[in-house]
Design a protein around this ligand. Structure first.
Ligand code: HEM
Length: 425
């Protein structure tokens, strides 16, 4: 890396304190230096924990190393680029090497650094290691989260290692899944406050994976539709309603342990500290929704549109009285009290992908949910919703995937998937 490139990057993600120069470069010098002086609480100086609300303001870096992968309990960033990959190679050693190369690149990119030797200044005869479009941009709280799909376990002799909890999702009533937006051997969820940073990350991982993996489908997202930061203003989805009011917060260690992280006794061992991700591309019939009365819209959710308060209550965070809502209201049906306590961590994004060719917007919610076991999480919840939710008239699930998300990368010698592959690698 050249001096110029180094100057545009940070020490983020490492255990070193950030240089003054890099802090000033982020435009939040006073704030960041103050926080560092007060106990080094800024994200880039922390190791072992990916949850750091102070990173929210700084456009800074989120620690890459930790017991759990970042990008799950991390305060939700503004933008998403999600990619599902299929494996091309049948050479296990080659695949493992790619995971190691991906990890090295992810470690650098989440720290705001260019991949490898950078985008310029290297050998004139070879393509640069980094594609270059993120040079000069802040780390933007980029997180990169990897997941392994059920079909990966049909490869590389992994059959016996497939977690029981990684079930193929059943067919749900009303869904109309497009096979070109469904499944995948692997996924990478890239979240950042700057879309170019997220896109750059996926592009560079795809480039490193050339010949070994192919992008099967991908999804861009904006306007996070759920919050894992209780104090922040709740974002709104494309139906105009606050979304994420009642969610697991990234700071709720006990609930994360209970509902999101795979525990030691859950098995298999290689998944301890991991989680399971369900991704659903949910199309909204925006045009129909926009012709629907306000009363009907509010009845559909069981909350009011302005404040987001549950029926009969005044404030967004007032405890919902479920019986006051219509029996088909989305919140009533999805609430843990209606589902034997089932609780998931939602982390979705809105999308608009042009038109559907029939004069309507191809828009909706790219739903992402993390849980400790999909058999006690998304599956029973979606069974209930797909049967009676009033929202069904206005939405359709058109893409779907499920992934086992391994635990975090512990330190600079560790790599994505090491707990699964290292024994046999
Ligand atoms: C386009 C589709 C969807 C939209 C527009 C939507 C919208 C909303 C809104 C506005 C809320 C109320 C605010 C909040 O507490 O976050 C909510 C709550 C919730 N939704 Fe959805 N949702 C969708 C799909 C789903 C799906 C597929 C699931 C799970 C299978 C789900 C599970 C939940 C849960 C668990 C809650 C919280 C209920 C509570 O504890 O009160 N949603 N959703």
């Amino acid at each position: 890396m050249t001096d110029t490139q180094e100057a545009s990057t940070t020490e983020a993600g490492s255990s070193k304190a950030p240089s003054r120069r890099s802090l000033i470069g982020w435009g939040g010098a006073g704030l960041a230096l103050g926080a560092a002086a007060a106990g080094g609480a800024v994200a880039m100086t922390r190791a072992g924990n990916d949850v750091d609300p102070t990173a929210a303001e700084a456009g800074a870096a989120v620690a890459f190393h930790g017991v759990n992968q970042a990008g799950i309990a991390t305060p939700v960033q503004d933008r998403l680029h999600f990619a599902a990959f299929d494996v091309q190679t049948d050479d296990r050693a080659e695949f493992v090497q790619m995971l190691k190369d991906w990890t090295a690149a992810a470690r650098r990119m989440t720290g705001g650094k260019a991949v490898g030797a950078g985008a310029y200044g290297g050998l004139a005869e070879a393509p640069p290691d980094d594609t270059g479009e993120a040079l000069g941009l802040k780390p933007s709280r980029l997180t990169l989260t990897i997941g392994f799909g059920p079909s990966l376990f049909d490869k590389f002799g992994l059959k016996d290692h497939r977690p029981e909890a990684l079930v193929d999702l059943p067919q749900f009533p009303g869904e109309n899944l497009d096979k070109n937006r469904t499944g995948g051997d692997l996924c990478i969820q890239a979240c950042a406050d700057d879309p170019q940073v997220a896109v750059h990350a996926i592009r560079n991982l795809a480039r490193i994976g050339f010949g070994k993996v192919n992008i099967r489908w991908s999804q861009l997202g904006f306007g996070k539709t759920s919050s894992t930061t209780p104090d922040a203003q709740t974002p709104r989805n494309l139906m105009g309603f606050k979304d994420g009011t009642r969610n697991i917060a990234g700071t709720e260690t006990d609930r994360l342990k209970k509902f999101v992280w795979v525990g030691e006794k859950d098995g298999p061992d290689w998944m301890t500290g991991g989680s399971y991700l369900v991704a659903r591309r949910i199309r909204m019939h925006i045009e129909t929704w926009d012709r629907t009365s306000l009363q009907e819209q509010e009845d559909v959710f069981g909350r009011d549109k302005g404040e987001g308060a549950p029926v009969g209550k005044a404030k967004e965070h007032d405890k919902p009285f479920l019986k006051a809502m219509k029996p088909t209201a989305h919140v009533r049906l999805a609430h843990p009290d209606s589902n034997n306590g089932i609780t998931i961590l939602r982390r979705g994004y809105s999308f608009t992908d042009g038109t559907d060719g029939l004069g309507r917007l191809d828009a909706g919610l790219f739903f992402l949910a993390y849980q400790r076991d999909v058999r006690n999480g998304f599956i029973p919840l979606q069974r209930r919703l797909s049967a009676t939710d009033a929202l069904n008239e206005y939405i359709q699930h058109v893409g779907s995937a499920v992934f086992a998300v391994p635990p975090g990368v512990r330190d600079k010698d560790d790599w994505w998937g090491s707990t699964l592959f290292s024994k046999e690698a």
